[in-house]
Design a protein around this ligand. Sequence first.
Ligand SMILES: CSCCC(=O)C(=O)COP(=O)(O)O
Ligand SMILES: [Zn+2]
Length: 219
Amino acid sequence: MTYAFKQEDRIRTVVELVDAAKNFAEKGWFPATSGNLSVKLSGEPLAFAVTASGKDKENLTVHDFLVVDADSKALEPTSLKPSAETLIHAEVYKRVPNAGACLHVHTQYNNLISDLMFERGRVRIQGLELIKALNIWEENAAIEIPIVENWADIPKLAAEIGDVLDPRVPAVLIRNHGITAWGENVFAAKRHLEAFEWMFHNLFLKLTLQGNALAAAAL
Ligand SMILES: CSCCC(=O)C(=O)COP(=O)(O)O
Ligand SMILES: [Zn+2]
């Protein structure tokens, strides 16, 4: 198989991921080595650079990435092991041809919302200005972010993510685990991830205030 990508593009885009990771680390979005990041280098056949498993994502360097194929197999000799969740990234690239970067983080708000809304199968968000960060510009737009069970079997988890994802809404929540968000490049994927995290925080505060208001009304 011939994988056609330029080394200069690989270096440039991995540096973009390292910079994004520094920003996320400052926000505390990589607790306990969690999270993984990738950037697509070639679509057909699929090749992408992904973080090695178990690395401290708060201190990533360009040397913590390896290039893999659609089956999570390294395309060059390396001692690095790809992220345990590499197949999820591969599934996103297969299902969403214009996805160029894919980001996964574990945060408090995405975990809390994924569990609170799990029985509904999705999180509905409507009318927030930050929906425009997803390039959705309708008046009073509504989006639904799918939620999947946190299967330990990663091929099963990846397949389910592929089945439920909506290419218009560039993220899926994994229950009590984290979010996987993507975009056409690192810049767009970061913008999307930040918008989702802000919207989950906002929703959590809204639900908390509503709960407090109900409790206060019952006094
Ligand atoms: C310590 S977090 C458990 C694994 C996980 O969910 C994650 O995001 C990090 O896994 P990786 O193999 O990419 O380091
Ligand atoms: Zn994870």
